[in-house]
Design a protein around this ligand. Structure first.
Ligand code: ZN
Length: 320
């Protein structure tokens, strides 16, 4: 039960909450988030991709409804921030294309708003995660930031002058499909030699499995085996580092960021990833210094925090 507080109550801003929801290919992550960016409870649900697009929508709604039940009596739930992968039309609230979730031209904002009876903002998962790092995390106080999420895929949030830049068609930051190895392996997108084909967590696992013929090994284990001297893991990890370094060098030369932040599941590898990556980026930038490359503060939870943040932004601009 949510209790309404009188509008003239000075404490009411402190007591207001939003729900941030990050619909990922593996997990739906939701949290109650205050205007200070802090979480006041969270929940996670497996994404039922195998049951089809409608089941993913139903789980998203269920995550919101169940989290709403955790809102304290003296708090007021104001809105929902919802972030999804793929191509998103934030202005019209449409999930234009999400290959992993089976969504095409889906009016998700309206569907969820009608189901839960709250105002909803819809946006892109990685851009939201980048904003969370910018406002409350490792990018705090900075203006020019590249946030790179290394997970099932590779995608980035381009932050220019403190704002997440979506581009003309909402497709800015697709660093994962920069073709970094001419004549390289085919990518699911139809191109060859994409960053994502070598440097995503899924790619590390897949390429190690294909080369070793052993059972499936998670990306972080491929990286730790590489550090421990496994020659096959070392070759596959080196390919990943080279692919990612080439993509980052292009970005640095074009947009000159202050810092590059690494998020997503592979951020958990920390220095084992950062050290060779930084070395390779620096080696490829002959005439200028490389920006600092760091791990983000929120790891895989940045998306839901960013979702909540976008809901707060919309409320403060009276767009909800
Ligand atoms: Zn591609």
């Amino acid at each position: 039960m949510t209790a309404m507080r009188p509008s003239n109550d000075q404490d009411s801003v402190q007591r207001d909450l939003v729900i941030g929801v990050d619909v990922g290919g593996t997990t739906v992550k939701a949290a109650l988030i205050g205007s200070d960016g802090l979480e006041h409870g969270h929940s996670e649900w497996p994404t039922p991709r195998h049951l089809g697009p409608d089941a993913v929508i139903a789980t998203t709604i269920r995550a919101i409804v169940e989290l709403r039940a955790q809102v304290p009596e003296d708090a007021r739930l104001r809105a929902v921030g919802l972030v999804v992968p793929g191509v998103v039309d934030a202005q019209h609230g449409i999930a234009v294309y999400a290959a992993n979730l089976g969504w095409r031209e889906l009016p998700l904002r309206q569907i969820v708003a009608e189901a839960v009876g709250l105002p909803v903002v819809l946006d892109h998962d990685v851009r939201a995660a980048g904003l969370a790092e910018l406002e409350f995390g490792a990018g705090k106080g900075l203006q020019e930031v590249l946030f790179v999420a290394l997970g099932t895929g590779v995608a980035a949030a381009v932050i220019i002058k403190g704002q997440a830049y979506a581009g003309a068609t909402g497709r800015a930051g697709e660093l994962g499909h920069l073709p970094v190895f001419p004549e390289g392996e085919w990518c699911a997108c139809g191109q060859r030699g994409c960053t994502e084909t070598y440097a995503s967590a899924a790619a590390l696992s897949r390429r190690y499995l294909a080369a070793s013929g052993s059972s499936e090994v998670p990306a972080e284990d491929v990286i730790s085996r590489a550090s421990a001297g496994d020659p096959l893991a070392h070759r596959i990890f080196s390919d990943a580092v080279t692919a990612l370094a080439r993509a980052l060098v292009h970005y640095v030369l074009l947009l000159d960021p202050q810092v590059i932040l690494i998020g997503g599941g592979m951020a958990a590898s920390g220095e084992a990833l950062l050290q060779p990556l930084t070395r390779e980026v620096q080696a490829s930038l002959a005439w200028r210094p490389a920006p600092t490359i760091s791990i983000g503060k929120f790891g895989g939870d940045a998306g839901r925090r960013g979702a909540g943040l976008l809901a707060w932004h919309a409320l403060k601009k009276s767009r909800l």
